[in-house]
Design a protein. Structure first.
Length: 372
């Protein structure tokens, strides 16, 4: 029978992600609109986003956080273009974004001393032979594959190269060992459901030392430049930005950080996301027609949950369209380059009660479409 209960919030997109429960545009009423981001007020609000990010993530005091252009993509490109080239590069790819970084390193930066450690969608590659005398590039969570790095145990403390981590769908949802990460990036519109356009850059002292001691052979566009007079441009990490930021988006991020703190900070966020994943796991366990793309629970993402459905591709698409038509689930198609299936965001801004309701609708939609 057609379910009666509907999700209160049908937004299950893996980016931009759902707003948290209780969100209202009224939370942004004090945004300094019409004010310069370089004014004392504007800079103070941007600086607050930086300091609160460090506080809630529990970053080491000596790590630096900056707001940079163009979402996570811009932040990670900025990072690669500034630090790579001094050493060889080992690249770990297990989904489309990691493969994209590999392409840019090989075809755009044109580095030749590279090695790739790859795995198909749903799997994590063997990293036992990664050479940490090289720089190592990887995503912590495969947003398009539903696979996450199981732990940081494979990263040695005495590495000579840098670890560069695209952590955009993992930060605020997974336990990241920051002592294993030399540089990381993320964007506001992922785990905390913020607005788009801006990227966040995290640098360890080792990454700062590389930036100050090494000059790449290629030219750097203005929005990528991190140095001033051969030293790190500290102002980027104090609230000044390379280009004009949206103060409205920044205020939205601050509201999300307030909410994160209200539910217990980083541990509360992780627990909520893992509880959400458990809802989907319980449903999959009871239904043989649906399964996880990541069969190994140790590497299964608790944010971007990717699922196989035992239907032909066209019927899967019809099932997804039916759920959207019923206004119970929006934007749950698998990523365009991934195997056809369903992808459900289970980060902390999603409520378990909504996921439970969605599961009932998944069963109904499968039954309806499979019998067509």
């Amino acid at each position: 029978m057609k379910p009666i209960k509907r999700p209160q919030n049908p937004c299950f997109s893996s980016g931009p992600c759902a707003k948290h429960a209780g969100y209202s545009i009224e939370l942004l009423k004090d945004t300094p609109l019409g004010r310069s981001h370089r004014s004392a007020l504007g800079k103070s609000r941007l600086s607050k986003s930086i300091s609160r990010t460090k506080e809630i993530l529990g970053l080491p005091d000596e790590y630096k956080v900056g707001i940079v252009p163009a979402s996570d993509t811009g932040a990670f490109e900025m990072l690669m273009w500034n630090v790579l080239g001094q050493r060889g590069v080992d690249i770990i790819c297990f989904e489309s974004f990691g493969s994209g970084w590999a392409y840019d390193i090989e075809k755009e930066l044109k580095l030749s001393n590279i090695r790739k450690f790859s795995a198909d969608y749903g799997y994590f590659p063997d990293v036992s032979d990664v050479n940490f005398d090289n720089d190592v590039v990887f995503t912590w969570n495969g947003t398009t594959s539903g696979v996450k790095v199981p732990s940081g145990d494979w990263i040695p403390d005495d590495r000579k190269g840098l670890t560069l981590c695209d952590a955009t769908s993992a930060v605020f949802a997974m336990d990241i060992p920051w002592d294993k990460i030399d540089a990381a990036t993320f964007s506001w519109q992922k785990v905390l459901g913020g607005e788009a356009a801006h990227g966040m850059l995290i640098l360890s002292p080792r990454a700062v030392e590389r930036i100050e001691s090494y000059t790449p052979s290629w030219p750097l566009p203005k929005i990528f430049r991190m140095k001033k007079k051969d030293k790190l441009n500290e102002s980027i990490f104090e609230g000044s930005t390379i280009n004009t930021p949206s103060m409205l988006c920044n205020e939205d991020y601050l509201a999300a950080l307030d909410w994160a703190e209200s539910i217990g900070g980083i541990q509360g966020l992780i627990a909520k996301s893992e509880s959400n994943l458990k809802v989907i796991e319980n449903f999959v366990e009871k239904n043989k027609w649906i399964s996880f793309l990541a069969g190994d629970k140790a590497i299964r993402s608790n944010t971007s949950v990717c699922l196989n459905v035992e239907l032909p591709d066209e019927k899967i698409k019809k099932m997804i369209a039916l759920l959207a038509e019923e206004k119970v689930a929006y934007d749950i198609s698998s990523y365009k380059e991934a195997p056809t299936g369903i992808r459900i965001w289970c980060g902390a801004t999603v409520e378990s009660s909504d996921l439970e309701a969605l599961c009932e609708w998944l069963g109904w939609a499968y039954s309806k479409i499979s019998n067509c």
